[in-house]
Write a protein that binds this ligand. Structure first.
Ligand SMILES: [Zn+2]
Length: 324
């Protein structure tokens, strides 16, 4: 064994010791219900593209994660887990539930076949207005335009709002959609022919007939607002509309009354009592956040916590999240 092989062997053994420790810690915590939050599954070759999102997971990483979870037989569909938690009947954990936010077409094209191969069920939260318009997400447009801008492809003067969107990564999350929507749409209309076309295809939002394929494959379908606004940045009228209308639309298209909800961006400061009150009035069974951590029988069913999985997660960091 040469020096490099020795170092590699040591690293592998450290990872497996770590994985063994985290796995046994996970198995011991039988009172915990974990929920994983995925967004977009991308082909492996897109991982290094300038427009790819930090919350993307490659096909091969997703397959590896699903294979591991299937082997552990710990995956349960979230509606059943949420019911058990709410009724104090959650006693055969730990469990892991799989969720997807946003409603991107890759969930159907790339993730669904992998879930089916391993016999796993998941929950998909759809952004109904963006689906109805066949549009792209504002944050995807911003990332794609930013990539083209950085590569000198835009070759046009930018409105100050767009300049800010493309050069200050945190700006759009701190701002109401109405403050930049018009300018972003104008820039997109003028510039989308200059961006990487594979980015537009990768960020495509699913159609309703594709959403029905999920339902027919035994997956659960929920709502994620109409326009993916961060609720706490909006007026009460807008918040009410975004929640009620997205749930109404999912109920009508899926022909299901029971529709769960996911808060866009989902951090504790991104939603509040007002939104939970609207959901309670609509008899929504549960709602999920992106506040990191596991759930138990005392968890608020309208603010369940999730572990967000992204491009930087490998099997070992997934275990670290599940063992926290
Ligand atoms: Zn989202």
């Amino acid at each position: 064994m040469n020096v490099i092989e020795k170092i590699a062997a040591k690293a592998v053994s450290r990872v497996s010791v770590m994985a063994g420790w985290t796995q046994s810690r996970f198995a011991e915590r039988t009172e915990l219900a974990h929920i994983l939050c995925y967004h977009t599954i991308i082909p492996d070759e897109s991982a290094r593209a300038g427009w790819s999102a930090p919350h993307a997971v490659t096909v091969s990483a997703f397959e590896q994660q699903m294979s591991m979870l299937a082997e552990l037989r710990c995956v349960r569909r979230l509606d059943r887990v949420a019911d058990q938690l709410a009724n104090g009947l959650f006693n055969d954990g730990p469990s892991v539930s799989i969720t997807f936010d946003d409603g991107l077409a890759d969930n159907v094209m790339l993730a669904l076949p992998i879930l089916q191969r391993y016999g796993l069920a998941a929950t998909f939260f759809l952004t109904t207005g963006i689906m109805d318009r066949g549009d792209l997400f504002p944050n995807d447009k911003i990332r794609i335009l930013r990539d083209a801008h950085q590569r000198g492809r835009l070759k046009m003067s930018l409105h100050p709002v767009c300049e800010r969107l493309l050069t200050q990564p945190g700006y759009y999350k701190a701002t109401s959609l109405n403050e930049y929507r018009e300018q972003l749409d104008e820039l997109w209309a003028a510039a989308h022919v200059r961006v990487d076309p594979s980015a537009i295809e990768a960020c495509r939002v699913m159609r309703w007939d594709e959403a029905r394929l999920l339902r027919d494959a035994g997956m659960e379908v929920g709502a994620h607002t109409v326009n993916h606004v961060i609720l706490s940045r909006e007026s009460n009228d807008v918040r009410q509309f975004e929640i009620v209308e997205s749930i109404r639309r999912v109920r009508a298209e899926m022909r299901r009354d029971r529709v769960p909800f996911a808060y866009p961006n989902g951090q504790p400061t991104d939603f509040g009592e007002f939104d939970m009150g609207v959901l309670a009035d609509m008899k929504i069974p549960y709602a999920v956040t992106t506040d990191a951590g596991p759930n138990h029988s005392e968890s608020n069913p309208l603010a369940l916590r999730r572990h967000c999985i992204g491009i930087h997660h490998d099997i070992s960091s997934l275990w670290t999240a599940l063992a926290e």
